[in-house]
Design a protein around this ligand. Structure first.
Ligand SMILES: [Zn+2]
Length: 182
C-alpha cells in the first residue's frame, strides 16, 4: 500500500493511520482566505471563534440540535448573534479549504496524485462510482501508463470497462476478506 488518494474531506484516512494521503478535495482541518489564499488550522480558528463568541456553542445547543451535513458543514437555525473571524493577514473572508462543486482541484494536488499513481503497480478504486472527473482521471492515468486497475464498489462505476478486476460489493465487507494493510 503506497498511498491513498481520497475525495473525502473528513480526515478519516489520517485518523485510521494512513500516512501518504492526497486529499484531493481538501479537508475540513484547514481554512483558507478567499482574498489572499492564507491557510490556517481549523482548530486555531475555532479557538479565535470561541474567544469572540463566549457561550455561543452552549446557547445553540440549548436551542435545539445542530445538524451536520455530509460535507462537514453545520446547519444552524439561528446564527444572528454570531461574530465571524476574518483572515488575520488581509481581513478577507475565510472558507474551509475544501473543493466545492464547480471548483477546481489545485494543480499541485493533482500533480501529487499523479505522482502516487505513477509510482504504483496497481490502482484500487474503493467505494466510488467515479462520477466526478476529479477522481476518474487517475484511472485514466493508470490505464494509459500500463497499470492494473481494480474496482471495489456497490454497483457500476465509470471505470468498469477499463478495470482488470471489478468486484460488486460493499467495500467494507470485501476488504475484510483481504489481508491487505490499508
Ligand atoms: Zn487573507
Amino acid at each position: 500500500m503506497s498511498g491513498v488518494i481520497t475525495q473525502n474531506v473528513d480526515m478519516l484516512h489520517l485518523k485510521a493511520g494512513s500516512r501518504r494521503i492526497v486529499d484531493l478535495h481538501g479537508t475540513y482541518g484547514v481554512v483558507t482566505c478567499l482574498g489572499c489564499g492564507h491557510r490556517r488550522s481549523r482548530w486555531a480558528l475555532h479557538d479565535d471563534l470561541d474567544a469572540l463568541n463566549p457561550g455561543f456553542a452552549e446557547r445553540v445547543a440549548s436551542r435545539g440540535a445542530i445538524e451536520v451535513a455530509p460535507d462537514a458543514d453545520a446547519v444552524l437555525a439561528d446564527t444572528a448573534d454570531f461574530r465571524m473571524v476574518d483572515c488575520p493577514e488581509c481581513g478577507g473572508v475565510l472558507k474551509p479549504d475544501i473543493v466545492y462543486f464547480g471548483e477546481n482541484v489545485p494543480a499541485a494536488r493533482v500533480a501529487a496524485a499523479h505522482e502516487l499513481v505513477d509510482a504504483s503497480d496497481v490502482v484500487v478504486v474503493i467505494g466510488s462510482s467515479l462520477t466526478v472527473r476529479s477522481g476518474y482521471r487517475f484511472v485514466r492515468r493508470a490505464v494509459s501508463t500500463g497499470k492494473q486497475v481494480a474496482v471495489i464498489n456497490r454497483g457500476r462505476t465509470r471505470a468498469h470497462d477499463e478495470a482488470d478486476l471489478a468486484i460488486d460489493g460493499d467495500c467494507v465487507d470485501v476488504l475484510r476478506l483481504t489481508d491487505a494493510a490499508l
